[in-house]
Each structure stands twice: as C-alpha cells, then as structure tokens.
Design a protein around this ligand. Structure first.
Ligand code: FPP
Length: 239
C-alpha cells in the first residue's frame, strides 16, 4: 500500500516535457523505439499519480513540430505507438473519467492515428476528473503566429475590435484556449530549456529540471518534484 501524501499546495495544471527516451535506450544498447515504449509506461504511472494527488490538468509534450524531422522509421514508430497507446488506454480513461484532448497542428498525423485520437476525444468528452492533453505536432511559435493571424482576421472582418485586444482575448485564439496556464513545468533528462513548449502559457509557471530520463520517471520522481513545488512562493511579479 503506497502512503498517500497530503501536499499543502498542488499545481492545478502540470505540464511535462518528457525527454530522454532515446538516451535511455542507447544506454541499454536498444533501439530508440524501446525508449519510447518505456516512456509510455512512465506516462501511465504519472497519469495515475496525478489523479491521486488531485491535479486537474496534465499536459505532456508527446511530439513536437520539429520531431517530424527525425528519421522516418522513428516518426512512423511514434505514430504507431500513439495509436496503440490511445486504443489501449481508452477503457482506463473512461473508467477514471479522464478527458483527453490535444494541442498542436494534427494535419500531418497519419489518418489512422488521427481517427483514433478524435474517437478517444469524443468518447471522453463528458469526463471531468482529469484533463489530459497531448501536445502533438506542437510548436509554440507556430501556435502564437496562428493565433495572431486568426485574431487579425477577426479584427478585419469586424468580429472583434482592436480596443478589445487583451491577454485574455489573445489566449482564446491559442490551442490551449480551454485550459488554465500551467502552474508547474517539469522537464526530464537534464536539458535546461523549454524547447518551443507553451511559451505564452508558461509565463509564470514554476520550472523543475531533473536529470532523470523520462523512462525512469514515475510516481516517486513526481512526488519529489511536487515536494519541490510545495516550497515555492509564487508572487506573479508582485512583492
Ligand atoms: C523525447 O525523447 C520524447 C519524445 C520525442 C516523445 C515523447 C514520447 C513518449 C513519452 C512516448 C510516446 C507517447 C505517446 C503518447 C505516443 P527523445 O527521443 O528526444 O530522447 P533523447 O533526447 O534522449 O534522444
């Protein structure tokens, strides 16, 4: 029986850059895809723990718009894994009332994976225990640019006025329009950068870097990170 920890404050929205699958596999002389497979196990463990601790929003960077430049075999394997993950996970998502969504430009996602994704989104649309968002074919600069263009179009066609433009209105044009900004961002694998991930939304997020490679990240590591978050004083620019 795992002892439940009561945190004094918990992030409402946790975002994770799941990095290090390739290095995990390389260290074991395995193909990179084995690292991604193992990474899915970590994702499952983290989803369960996140629910237990009452976090409402979990957003994970599953595939960046830059990841399309990886070798075709790896891209195909990741797309296959996405499809497999979603099919296997659906009963768990429904049972635990987890609503799935995505942020990103999914036009390039292969038809079968896209169909599965949209089916899972539809099947979980009434769920409200946890909002699980996959960042897929996601790039933050692209998202911001697309938002600016759509907002400009709405100004041009008179739907909105220039004087109404504010941060809230702009946020409503982002892929993330239906969720609050992340409070806490975790990046695994020792890299200390944000890699074009939710640049607009993480303006006031607390950031936590760990050297642990994503396939080695699980409940224990998450608790360590949440303990660190608990100690942080968030001032949002005020005194
Ligand atoms: C980074 O590891 C991870 C990714 C590019 C994708 C994250 C994917 C998963 C956790 C598994 C797939 C999940 C779904 C839902 C399909 P990396 O390959 O950049 O590792 P490296 O930096 O060590 O090479």
């Amino acid at each position: 029986m795992v002892k439940k920890i009561n945190f004094k404050n918990i992030p409402n929205h946790l975002a994770i850059i799941m990095d290090g699958n390739g290095r995990w596999a390389k260290k074991r002389n395995l193909d990179r895809i084995n690292g991604h497979r193992e990474g899915i196990k970590s994702l499952r463990a983290v989803v369960s723990a996140v629910m237990e601790y009452g976090i409402k929003y979990l957003t994970v960077y599953a595939f960046s718009s830059e990841n399309w430049q990886r070798p075709k075999t790896e891209v195909n394997s990741l797309m296959f894994l996405l499809d497999e993950y979603l099919n296997i996970e659906l009963p768990f998502l429904i049972k635990n009332k987890i609503r799935l969504n995505f942020i990103g430009n999914i036009e390039r996602i292969p038809e079968n994976s896209k169909k599965t994704l949209l089916r899972v989104i539809d099947k979980t649309k009434e769920c409200d225990n946890l909002y699980l968002t996959l960042a897929l074919s996601y790039g933050s600069r692209e998202e911001i640019l697309a938002a600016a263009v759509r907002m400009a179009k709405d100004m041009k066609n008179g739907k909105i006025k220039i004087k109404d433009a504010d941060e809230n209105l702009f946020s409503s044009y982002l892929y993330s329009k239906n969720m609050p900004d992340p409070d806490f961002l975790i990046r695994t694998s020792g890299e200390k950068r944000v890699s074009n991930f939710m640049l607009y939304q993480i303006a006031y997020a607390e950031i936590y870097f760990t050297k642990t490679l994503w396939p080695d990240f699980g409940r224990k590591e998450l608790i360590r990170a949440l303990k660190n978050y608990e100690k942080r004083v968030r001032r949002f620019g005020k005194t």
